[in-house]
Design a protein around this ligand. Structure first.
Ligand code: ATR
Length: 273
């Protein structure tokens, strides 16, 4: 078997080993996938050791995605723009390559699995940290009509608007604080880490109308705090980030193996865990 792993700290709750084992079973690819906890001060050493030991590919999670991006000798264009990497592998010259499959993951889940149109949509994104930067490129590539970035620290949302301006030529791309956006949006994506602490971004329920679809990039067994708030305010549908997690994994599997696993049976399995 060929060896793959996810690296993070902490890593014990990661679902990636289970997801990739299901992909391997389903496709018959000779993939063995484990979890590695890297010391907070030696991500680079952990990566080096893994590939020197014959490892074929790594997924990278919190808090090392920016380190992975910086460490790599080459970056795919989607990783370059994301400023973070969740997928590493060696190329023909044994150079370390960084990729980022998170943005493709959320787009596939929303657009293909949940049938939420993104082209022409008015989208509100909450948050302006690494998680949001990581997915903005692929979301903008869907050509929404408008994308509003709302963040507690408005300057960070404004910086992202500048960074992605060239990819948003025909898109109304803007930044604001949480008190600003008033009218209902077609799609609202929560990319803040507030829900990790069970917190809500302080935003008015007016952003939700009867047709609004809400997507929390976090996932949990129960309805997330943000999604419960959205339902209480009349959202049409809410999704958590499990689908995105499985789609980003499928894209990484495809990058490594050239084979694209089916994701829906894996979503069903993990919901039933
Ligand atoms: P991540 O990798 O999860 O994106 P990050 O880069 O630290 O982590 O970004 C965290 C995001 O969640 C930011 O948008 C942050 O807002 P600020 O930019 O103003 O710091 C947001 N966030 C974190 N805790 C929050 C809270 N309690 N309420 C609202 N927003 C919060």
């Amino acid at each position: 078997n060929e060896l793959y792993a996810v690296v993070g700290n902490p890593i014990n709750h990661s679902k990636s080993p289970r997801i990739h084992s299901l992909f391997a079973q389903q496709t018959g690819e000779p993939v063995e996938y484990t979890a590695i906890q890297a010391p907070l001060d030696d991500f680079a050493g952990t990566v080096k050791q893994f590939f020197e030991g014959g490892g074929k590919g790594l997924n990278v999670t919190v808090p090392f995605k920016e380190d992975a991006w910086a460490l790599a000798e080459h970056r795919t264009s989607r990783a370059e723009k994301a400023g973070a990497a969740n997928t590493l592998y060696l190329d023909q010259e044994n150079d370390l390559v960084a990729d980022n499959t998170d943005g493709v993951g959320i787009v596939r889940d929303l657009r293909d699995n949940q049938k939420v149109p993104l082209k022409g949509a008015r989208i509100l994104v909450l948050g302006a940290g690494g998680a949001v930067r990581g997915v903005l490129g692929p979301i903008l590539a869907e050509q929404p009509a408008a994308l509003t970035l709302a963040n507690r620290t408005v300057a960070k949302a404004e910086a992202l608007v500048r960074l992605f301006a060239d990819e948003a030529a025909n898109i109304e791309l803007s930044a604001c604080g949480f008190e600003q956006p008033g009218q209902p949006f077609d799609v609202i994506i929560n990319g803040t880490s507030a829900s990790l602490q069970g917190d809500l971004p302080p935003i008015s329920g007016n952003v939700i109308g009867p047709d609004t679809v809400v997507y929390d990039m976090m996932y949990s067994l129960q309805t997330t705090t943000f999604n419960q708030w959205a339902l209480d305010n009349g959202a049409q549908r809410v999704y958590d980030g499990l689908g995105m997690l499985i789609e980003q994994a499928a894209e990484a599997f495809h990058v490594w193996r050239g084979v694209r696993p089916e994701t829906s049976p894996v979503v069903d399995e993990l919901r039933n865990d």
